[in-house]
Design a protein around this ligand. Sequence first.
Ligand code: FES
Ligand code: CO
Length: 324
Amino acid sequence: MTERTLWHPVAQSPEVVTAPLPVQLLDQALVLWRNAEGLVQAFNDRCPHRGARLSMGRVENGSLECPYHGWQFSSGGQCVKVPAVPDFVPPPSQCVKSFEVQEDYGLVWVRLEASDSQLPVFAAEADTHLRKLNCGPYDVAASAPRIIENFLDMAHFGFVHEGWLGSRDATAMASYKVEATANGVLATGCKAVQPQSNLHSTQAAEVEYTYEVTAPYTALLTKIPEEGSSKQGWRESIGLFICPVTSESSRVWFRLAVADFESSDEQLQTFQHTIFVQDQPVLESQLPKALPLDPRAEMHSSADRMSAAYRRFLKSQAITFGVC
Ligand code: FES
Ligand code: CO
């Protein structure tokens, strides 16, 4: 499964303290914990002794201790202590499966299989002038590809986000440009008239976005400021990072890179929250939960060219999790 060779977000960095935290990625139960050096560890959440959940244990002397017989596993997964046999030195084969971990974008990322894959690119991260913050997590009963496709879709604005990102009186979509990139798909010139496009909107405005898929379960949008507006030169961005928990359920984060320095984190998160909880019930209603990659499986309009390109991209990457 290609998905296993990619990096996926599994938790927010501040959530992972010393104490073990259970998470799930691609149907695999994992336990995260932070060692004395501050490095996050990701183990299979199953003790190799008698199968108890390691996440029910605790961290002792810089090792993760199983809740059942107290076997201790150090960073990297090696068993270093069997309390019932104090003099025993466990051999290298006595270990729990451990996975690669990185922290970036305020999130903990895990890769289940070694490869040369990189973290998805979120270009706005490098813009030091922009303020960055995360929203979420949202636990959603939908596959990761359905959630990405919803994020790329502007034709639902007038219905799902009426009065916010769209209105029923202005549902026609101007044509936009779609192209394949090295790591995904890019749509430019995406225009919409939005009654309340952000926290500070006082009147409807035409906004222009670019949408980009940068990995199978990652997308971002960038706002192109109007000429002459006070935001000219600021390219604000929203990244959508998804943990594919099971093929039909996901954990979702948004990363905001914004030029708003006055609003509180909470105000910015509340706006994003308002929009996403409008999407969530529709997303969770969609059947099949997996995204169909066969073009004949669902009907399309010419406004759906970005979504069609995303489906072709998933197919080209041999993605199998969350698609059908
Ligand atoms: Fe983990 Fe026995 S089941 S120590
Ligand atoms: Co929406």
